[in-house]
Ligand binder design. Structure first.
Ligand code: SF4
Ligand code: SF4
Length: 444
């Protein structure tokens, strides 16, 4: 098999065997659903319901107050019992709407007839995607309607669906490709309808042979092989990162400070493509997704098809609870995931996995001094100098951090993964990037 790839990167243990051969289980929230007001890149949403209101499935409960945002819909029917801040990662508190589940699942605006996207204008389709609250579901959570509406849309020649799922442990995209390949490919057809001069590619790593077969069959079954092609990629981390994927498939580099659209590409996750199809064909907003519950602390790791807002604890209970004490509860994978403070955190649009690791799987080492071995430099997929980014980040020397392109770090964690001194390089890079953003906001 002729596989494509990018420069550098790492091969961590993938640990996907914990869940990859198990079926996806549908799961409903027990008592309540909790909707964070920040589930996307951009401005935080404001609640448009109040305590005591009854809401229905698919009803908008919070909306944007700025141009870059995405509305939030209820995934259950029930009563709004509280609107308050809840603890989130890294000491942050985020406002949330808490809805008591009445277990009726009464729908706000049911449309079950299949609608034909070919009869809709470009603007109308983008408006549907916006109103459905769709964001990038691979973790980045960038509002999809913005990504699909670049000013140079006629110059876009390539739409890439990301089916790599290169993060260890996670299998939610893999399961979606096995279970809903037709809808994923039809979603890509809708995206292609928006870009008259583009061809579609679906990139999948070569460790997902069944997904490759399922997507290949779907492309043929719906007669799309003239405009959509599968690209098989080497299993390597971070193969699914946007810039690395574009390089692997098209051989194009996104210049520093530019976007994929500037070089004629748009990348979407396979789950986002599925959500686009559901929104455009059935007017279904983004209210559910597949989430992997895994790690050596979990009794029966598996994937769940779950309503957004479901607390982590409901999924952990459904996976048999903990068999060993976890030292880390991570939202996402071990490389780019974020450690959560507790299991009351809800599933959001971008939650791919709940990873619960014991001390055996996630030992905590003391940081030692940098020995200038250069390993971090050799694996960096962005060709950066992680040891210096760490140094300048720790000193808050923003000028030198920016001079060596620190802001183009994709926070993939390859550098920290190979560092023999266990230096938490990504933490200091994230901190520096946050300070830069804060400074820019102050400057206006
Ligand atoms: S891998 Fe770690 S020890 Fe080696 S140069 Fe990079 S930061 Fe220093
Ligand atoms: S410096 Fe950034 S892009 Fe490079 S390996 Fe480290 S986290 Fe990844």
């Amino acid at each position: 098999m002729n596989t494509l790839t990018f420069k550098n990167g790492v091969h961590p243990p993938y640990n996907k065997e914990l869940t990859e051969n198990k079926p996806v289980t549908k799961l409903l929230p027990k008592e309540k659903a909790v909707f964070l007001m920040q589930q996307h890149t951009g401005a935080i949403c404001q609640p448009i319901v109040k305590k005591g209101d009854r809401v229905l499935v698919g009803q908008v409960i919070a909306d944007a107050v700025a141009s870059m945002s995405a509305p939030i819909h209820s995934s259950i029917s029930g009563e709004v019992v509280d609107i308050r801040e809840i603890p989130y990662a890294e000491g942050a508190h985020i406002p949330a709407i808490i809805i008591k589940n009445d277990h009726q699942y009464e729908e706000y605006n049911p449309i079950h007839n299949l609608l034909d996207y070919k009869e809709l204008s470009r603007e109308h389709i983008i408006d549907i995607i916006h109103k459905a609250g769709i964001v990038g579901m691979g973790g980045a959570a960038f509002p999809t309607y913005i990504k699909l509406n670049p000013s140079n849309y006629k110059k876009i020649d390539s739409i890439i669906l990301n089916g790599c799922e290169c993060e260890p442990y996670i299998t939610c995209d893999y399961k979606l490709m096995l279970n809903e390949p037709i809808k994923i490919v039809k979603g890509l057809n809708i995206i292609l309808h928006l870009f008259p001069n583009a061809k579609g590619y679906i990139g999948i790593e070569d460790n997902k042979k069944e997904a490759i077969s399922a997507i290949e069959k779907a492309i043929n079954d719906i007669g799309a092989s003239d405009k959509i092609e599968i690209k098989i990629l080497e299993t390597k981390y971070p193969q699914g990162s946007e810039k690395q994927l574009i390089y692997a498939i098209l051989g194009r580099e996104v210049p520093i400070g530019k976007l994929p659209a500037d070089i004629g590409c748009i990348v979407q996750n396979v789950a986002t493509s599925y959500a686009i199809y559901e929104a455009v064909a059935y007017r279904t907003p983004l209210i559910s997704r597949i989430v992997t519950v895994t790690g050596d602390a979990i009794a029966n790791p598996q994937d769940f098809w779950v309503k957004l807002g479901t607390p982590f604890q409901d999924l952990i209970d459904a996976a048999g609870g903990f068999i060993k004490k976890p030292v880390k509860i991570i939202s996402g994978g071990p490389m780019m995931g974020i450690t959560m403070p507790n299991t009351n955190i809800p599933i959001t649009k971008a939650t791919t996995a709940i990873l619960c690791l014991t001390e055996d799987a996630a030992p905590i080492f003391e940081e030692e001094n940098c020995i200038r071995c250069g390993r971090c430099v050799r694996v960096c997929p962005m060709n950066l100098l992680p040891l210096y980014l760490d140094k300048f980040g720790r000193r808050n020397d923003i000028e030198r951090f920016e001079k060596i392109n620190g802001t183009s770090c994709i926070e993939c964690g390859c550098c920290a993964y190979v560092c023999p001194s266990y230096i938490r390089i990504v933490n200091s890079i994230r901190k520096a990037k946050r300070n830069i953003t804060a400074n820019n906001n102050i400057k206006g």
